[in-house]
Every structure is written in structure tokens, then in C-alpha cells.
Design a protein around this ligand. Structure first.
Ligand code: NAD
Ligand code: ZN
Ligand code: ZN
Length: 346
């Protein structure tokens, strides 16, 4: 079968012919409906090198996956062949205190794991079939189109987890600021609208992304740049944002996140552009919390899928073939994608 593989660090992905895997004991073979193309893949491809992570290329990309159960290994029960499923991404030991709560994203044995996820170390979903190493990674779908479900497993789940972290602050009259309205951000705006009464302000450098933010329900859109912080202060009557979700994570966006944040607020950096900020008593609003978040839990994925099954959120998806994937990554790097590219093996 054809697969979109990272064959060497710092090299563009390639389409290669690889053997179709067989499910071993406890494993499930999924026929892929769609595999979302995440900006993290670009960081992985271009910023990582040997020794930074406990795995090496080659492996198949694609860590936002959904499809249908094709075959199950010995000992797997409770799944029907042909059943539509979304795949929970983060690898975990499955037995520690965090994992048994579904928080494999924060597994206590992360240091011993040899893969971050299928598509991030293990072979991922940009291929006709994908091996799921443990059936506990599968969440059944009802009526949702699996192609639209695929990006929800990360571009939906990650913002959902970040929003839930700050649920107590997102009361009526509060403001949430979303910086970066790409794959994650356009779902972040919809999730804020669906589960909180907060007013949403969205910031991006691109007009098409700001248009997408408005369609997704943002009450205000602001062009990124030198005037953005002042504009956000004006829009909030000088109060600034109670919660800032930074889906870029560069020096300049973290700077904006802090400048537009509020005392007692939350500033959450989700984007992994690797920016930094000098934290001190004098540089951040009083009692503001700064945090990063990584992906989300299995129960949270179930909640995100429930929102989508009920039509409360919907991924804006552009379907591309396996052969178009290498160019898709170049388009994503150039900022030419609205919503999410999803590789559909067909
Ligand atoms: P994307 O490329 O789809 O979207 C990024 C958006 O940010 C684009 O709309 C772009 O125009 C905008 N942008 C870029 N620079 C900006 C700036 N200076 N100011 C305002 N907007 C700007 O990317 P994505 O797939 O949504 O991922 C977003 C980030 O989140 C990436 O860094 C990715 O690696 C990271 N990520 C983190 C996690 C996690 O668990 N923490 C999970 C998935 C992705
Ligand atoms: Zn991702
Ligand atoms: Zn664990």
C-alpha cells in the first residue's frame, strides 16, 4: 500500500510503497477514511533531529485518524468489522494513574515510551491501513463522517482540553482570545462558542483565517501586528482577555498573549513554534497563570466527538489524495490552508 512517510529528519515527506500490517494480539487494523495534516508534522519534519526523540524515521505520518475497523487481533472484543471509529492519538503505558483516567497525553511513564503516537514515531494514518496498537485507542462514531472526525482527534481535542482547563474563567461577560485561526484555532473558536458564554476575539495574520474565525462564530477579529494589543484592550473596555489561547507559540504571539491578558487570567500556549517570554513579577499581569497544554484525554475526545455528532462544531476540511500530501505539507508551511487538509486514501 502507498504511505506518506518521513524517511529522514529535515527532508520533505515521500510517498512510498510499504507492506500492509497485520494486527497482532490486542491490536486492531483500521481502514483509514481520513488523516489530518497537522502543523506539528512540520515542526517534527524540519525542527527535529536524531537524539531529540526516542524514535527515528522512516515512519508513516498522520496522527489525526479515523476510519473503519478492518480486522482485529486475538483477544480484541467489543468491536465489529466495518464499524466507524476515531483513533485517540497519544501513546501511554495504559496502566499508570494518569493513563487509567484516559490521560495518556500525560502518562507517568512517558520517558520509557518509544513513540509519541501513531504518526509520531509509530506508523500513522496517511496510508490505506493503520495498525492501532491497543484497542483502547478507538472511540466508536455514530453518524459523523469519519473524514470530518479525523481532525477532531487533535485539532479538535487539543483546543477542547485547553478550553476546559479554563472553564471556571469563561463565564458570561468574559472574553477569550484565540491567536492563530488555522486547524486548531478554527475549532477552538467553535468550541468556545459551543461550551462557554465568553465573547471570542480571534487574531491572525491572514485575512482568510480571520474570515474563517468570523464564520466559526468569533464576535471580533483582529489583524495581527503592532496595534493588536491596543485593539483588544479597546474591544474589552480596557479589561483585556480572561483567557488567551495561543495556537502559534512564537515570541511575538506569546508577547501579544501576555499584553492582552488580564490579572487572574489564564495564558495558555498550545502552539509549539518554540517562542519564549521573560517571566517575572513585573512582566505578566498579577496572578495570571501561564501554561502549556499537550493534546487531551480519551473522555475529552468522546466529548468533542459528541459536540460534532450534534452539529455544534464542524471541522472545515479540504480532502486531498495520498499523492497530493507532500505538496499539502508545502502549502501548510506557506500558510495557504484554511481549516484542515485531510488525506483521504480512498
Ligand atoms: P495551522 O498552520 O493550521 O494554523 C496556524 C495559524 O496561525 C494560521 O492560520 C496562521 O496564519 C496563524 N499565524 C501564524 N503566525 C501568526 C502570528 N504571528 N499571529 C497570529 N496568527 C499567526 O497550524 P495548526 O495545525 O492549527 O497548529 C497550530 C500550532 O499548534 C502548531 O504550532 C502546532 O504544532 C501546535 N500543536 C500543538 C498541539 C499540542 O498538543 N500542544 C497539538 C497540535 C498542534
Ligand atoms: Zn497534531
Ligand atoms: Zn501511563
Amino acid at each position: 500500500m502507498d504511505a506518506v512517510q518521513l524517511t529522514q529528519w529535515k527532508h520533505d515527506p515521500e510517498v512510498r510503497d510499504v507492506p500492509q500490517p497485520d494486527p497482532g494480539p490486542g491490536q486492531v487494523l483500521v481502514r483509514i477514511a481520513g488523516a489530518g495534516m497537522c502543523h506539528s508534522d512540520l515542526h517534527l519534519i524540519h525542527d527535529f533531529e536524531s537524539g531529540m526523540v526516542p524514535f527515528e524515521p522512516p515512519f508513516t505520518l498522520g496522527h489525526e485518524n479515523a476510519g473503519w475497523v478492518e480486522a482485529v487481533g486475538v483477544g480484541v472484543s467489543g468491536l465489529e468489522l466495518g464499524q466507524p471509529v476515531a483513533v485517540y492519538g497519544p501513546t501511554g503505558c495504559g496502566r499508570c494513574h494518569r493513563c487509567v483516567q484516559g490521560m495518556q497525553n500525560y502518562c507517568e511513564h512517558q520517558a520509557e515510551l518509544t513513540s509519541m503516537a501513531a504518526g509520531l514515531g509509530d506508523d500513522g494514518g496517511m496510508a490505506q491501513f493503520m495498525l492501532v496498537h491497543d484497542a483502547r485507542h478507538l472511540v466508536p462514531l455514530d453518524d459523523l463522517d469519519p473524514v470530518e472526525a479525523a481532525p477532531l482527534t487533535d485539532a479538535g481535542l487539543t483546543p477542547y482540553h485547553a478550553v476546559k482547563r479554563s472553564a471556571d474563567l469563561l463565564v458570561a461577560g468574559s472574553t477569550a482570545l484565540v491567536i492563530g485561526v488555522g486547524g486548531l484555532g478554527h475549532l477552538g473558536v467553535q468550541i468556545l462558542e459551543a461550551v462557554t458564554p465568553a465573547t471570542v476575539i480571534a487574531v491572525d495574520t491572514r485575512t482568510s483565517a480571520l474570515d474563517l474565525a468570523a464564520t466559526a462564530g468569533a464576535e471580533h477579529t483582529v489583524q495581527a501586528g503592532d496595534d493588536a494589543a491596543a485593539e483588544i484592550a479597546d474591544l474589552t473596555g480596557g479589561k483585556n482577555a480572561d483567557v488567551v489561547l495561543d495556537f502559534v507559540g512564537s515570541d511575538s504571539t506569546i508577547q501579544l498573549a501576555v499584553a492582552a491578558g488580564r490579572s487572574l487570567g489564564h495564558i495558555t500556549v498550545v502552539g509549539i513554534a518554540g517562542g519564549s517570554y521573560p517571566f517575572s513579577f513585573f512582566t505578566v499581569p498579577y496572578e495570571a497563570s501561564l501554561a502549556t497544554t499537550y493534546w487531551g484525554s480519551i473522555p475529552e475526545l468522546m466529548e468533542v466527538l459528541n459536540l460534532a455528532e450534534r452539529g455544534l462544531i464542524r471541522a472545515e476540511v479540504e480532502r486531498i489524495s495520498i499523492d497530493e500530501a507532500p505538496d499539502g505539507y508545502r502549502r501548510l508551511a506557506r500558510g495557504e490552508v484554511d481549516g484542515r487538509l485531510v488525506v483521504v486514501p480512498g
